[in-house]
Design a protein around this ligand. Structure first.
Ligand code: SIN
Length: 293
């Protein structure tokens, strides 16, 4: 067992794990790392010289691998998604707040991104804690959201140039609040990239509520920001986070590989709400009235 050196980026989300080789993890270290992941939601590792096979093998330790509906892949393996933006790109993958492929009936549980080529500055990724976003809403709003479901839809037309789609673009209805199958905590599970409509509301009501939730959930106090270095890895939990890749480095290149792990069908467990309610209050500051500083 390798003692983990874990340094939180913020008290709310994100931690850097130092001096660990992801390509050589014994079972006890893997278990400890998994616990740390559940606590911090996103883990970062620098200087990882993972081969594609080691990257895939690390993903498989978390679960079966997910195949993206449309993105290009490397080494002839659809589970090795290419993340690449350069001077010729017309868009940057993931530059809107999202949870990976939430339009799948069984969306990913987590994602492992390994970047090998970075611009001289910029190209950071933001992550946001969706447990905290849910827990800081008023109890009445929480109660209401727990009764709702939302449609998530994908349309990747034109996103990946002429790369042919791997499968039909998915669409699914998920609970607006999902219970995490490992931690039992509840997280807001709607996002600006994929959620098109709250099913039980009129379109106008749905738009207004989603606008409110997105403004609330994208507050910086729920976020951390990771500045990449060559060969760094990020491991994020798609069941309780959003992320956004910042494209501020054109015309430079940012490039790497992503392995995504298949999750299960999102559900909301009302009993988990009562169990976790009391413990949540001391983890995040109460909502304050924003005033210009
Ligand atoms: C993604 O959404 O998978 C891309 C994240 C990034 O490039 O930082």
């Amino acid at each position: 067992m390798h003692a983990l050196d874990i340094r939180p980026l913020t008290p709310t989300i994100g931690a850097v794990v130092h001096d660990l080789d992801l390509g050589r993890l014994d079972e006890a270290t893997f278990e400890a790392l998994h616990e740390a992941w559940m606590r911090h939601l996103v883990l970062f590792f620098r200087d990882q010289h993972l081969t594609p096979e080691q990257h895939l093998a690390f993903g498989r330790r978390l679960g079966p691998l997910h195949i993206h509906p449309a993105a290009p892949f490397a080494h002839g393996n659809p589970a090795l998604m290419v993340i690449h933006t350069d001077a010729g790109s017309h868009r940057n993958n993931g530059d809107n707040w999202h949870t990976d492929v939430s339009a799948d009936e069984e969306p990913p549980l987590g994602t492992i991104l390994h970047l090998h080529t970075l611009p001289s500055g910029g190209g950071d990724t933001l992550f946001a804690n969706m447990y905290a976003a849910f827990e800081t809403l008023s109890p009445r709003m929480q109660d209401f959201l727990c009764t709702l479901t939302a449609r998530h839809e994908s349309n990747y037309d034109g996103h990946y140039g002429d790369h042919p789609a791997q499968r039909e673009y998915p669409s699914a209805v998920h609970p607006v609040v999902r219970t995490h199958p490992v931690t039992g905590r509840n997280a807001l599970f709607v996002n600006p990239a994929f959620t098109t409509r709250i099913v039980e509301l009129s379109q106008g009501e749905s738009d207004a509520l989603l606008r409110h939730l997105y403004a609330h959930a994208s507050h910086p106090r729920f976020q951390c920001r990771f500045s990449w270095t060559a060969n760094a890895v990020a491991l994020w939990d798609d069941r309780c986070t959003w992320h956004l890749a910042i494209w501020d480095y054109w015309p430079q290149t940012r490039s790497g590989l992503r392995v995504t792990v298949q999750g299960d069908r999102p559900y909301f467990d009302a009993a988990s709400r009562r169990e976790h309610e009391a413990g949540c209050e001391d983890r995040v500051a109460p909502t304050s009235t924003a005033r210009p500083g």
